[in-house]
Design a protein around this ligand. Structure first.
Ligand code: OAD
Length: 255
C-alpha cells in the first residue's frame, strides 16, 4: 500500500500564509518525477565507464572536447524530452499568487534542466547554469540550444570558430556571481525558506538555508529522505516533491 503523505503542520501554514518574502531552493529531487536522470544516473550505458571528473571539468573539456560535448548534448536532449511535473507547476503558481498580492518570491535552483522556467517560473536564479545554454570557449558568445543533436562535437562558434561548451558550472569552477548574490540577498530577507529535493551537501548553496535561519526565517525541508539539512530546519515534509508541493501551495494560497 502507498504510504500516506504527511499532514502539513498548522504552524507552518500560518507562517507560510503570512510570509511576504518566500525563497525556495531546489535540487535534483524536484525533477525526479519528471524522469530527469541525476548527474550520476546520466553515467549509464555507453557512459558507465566514465568518472564524472572525466566529463565535468574544464580539464576534461580541454583534453577531449568531443567526448565531453557528446555527453552534454545527450543530456541536453534528455531534458528537452522530459516535462515539468506537478511540483514545478505548484511553485510557478505560488509565485503568481504571491507576486499578485505584492509579495516577493525567489526561486533558486541547482538544477540545469530548465523545468522550472518551462512550468512558468520567472527570474529563476540558476546556480549551476543550464544544459540548453551553450557558450563559446573563446569569445564567450552565448546561445540557447533547443534543437536536435549538434551536427558536430564540439559544436563550433559561428562568430569565431572556437569550440562551444555547455554553460554549466563544472567542478572547480565558480558559481555565477550575480545569481549567487541574488540568492544570498533573498535568503537574508526571507520570511519563509524551503529547501526542496536537495541533499544539502554542496556548498555554498546549502549554506543559504543557514543564512535564512540566522536571519529569522521559518525554514522547511521537502525531501523524500533525510539529509544534512533535516536537523537544521524548523519543519520537515517527508515525501515526493511532486505530491507535497501542490498540497502545500494549495493550502497556503487557499485555492
Ligand atoms: P543530489 O543528487 O545530491 O540530491 C537529490 C536529493 O533529492 C536527495 O536528498 C534525495 O533524497 C532527494 N529526492 C529524490 N527524489 C525525490 C523526490 N521525488 N522528491 C523530493 N526529494 C527527492 O542533488 P542536489 O542536491 O541537487 O552540482 O545536488 C546539488 C549539486 O550536486 C548538483 O547540482 C550537482 C551535484 O554535484 C553540479 O553539477 C555543480
Amino acid at each position: 500500500m502507498a504510504e500516506a503523505a504527511p499532514t502539513i503542520p498548522e504552524s507552518l501554514l500560518t507562517a507560510a500564509r503570512a510570509a511576504h518574502g518566500v525563497v525556495v531552493l531546489t535540487g535534483a529531487g524536484v525533477s525526479a518525477e519528471s524522469g530527469i536522470p541525476t548527474f550520476r544516473d546520466a553515467l549509464t550505458g555507453l557512459w558507465a565507464k566514465y568518472d564524472p571528473m572525466q566529463l565535468a571539468t574544464p580539464q576534461a573539456f580541454a583534453a577531449d572536447p568531443r567526448l565531453v560535448t557528446r555527453w552534454y548534448d545527450q543530456r541536453r536532449l534528455a531534458v528537452l524530452a522530459c516535462q515539468p511535473n506537478a511540483g514545478h507547476r505548484a511553485l510557478a503558481r505560488w509565485q503568481d499568487r504571491l507576486e499578485y498580492r505584492g509579495g516577493r518570491f525567489t526561486l533558486i535552483t541547482q538544477n540545469v534542466d530548465r523545468l522550472h522556467q518551462r512550468a512558468g517560473s520567472r527570474d529563476v536564479a540558476e546556480l549551476h547554469g543550464a544544459l540548453t545554454r551553450w557558450r563559446c570557449s573563446e569569445c564567450g558568445q552565448v546561445g540557447e540550444e533547443t534543437g536536435p543533436a549538434f551536427a558536430q562535437h564540439p559544436p563550433r562558434c559561428a562568430a569565431c570558430g572556437a569550440a562551444r561548451r555547455p554553460d554549466v558550472v563544472w567542478f572547480g569552477e565558480q558559481l555565477p556571481v550575480a545569481a549567487f548574490e541574488r540568492a544570498r540577498r533573498a535568503a537574508e530577507s526571507a520570511a519563509l525558506f524551503l529547501a526542496v529535493g536537495t541533499s544539502g551537501t554542496v556548498e555554498p548553496a546549502a549554506g543559504l538555508v543557514r543564512v535564512a535561519a540566522a536571519a529569522g526565517a521559518t525554514t522547511v525541508e521537502v525531501n523524500a529522505a533525510a539529509t544534512a539539512l533535516s536537523d537544521v530546519v524548523d519543519h520537515v515534509l517527508r515525501g515526493p516533491a511532486a505530491v507535497l508541493l501542490p498540497r502545500l501551495v494549495d493550502c497556503v494560497t487557499g485555492c
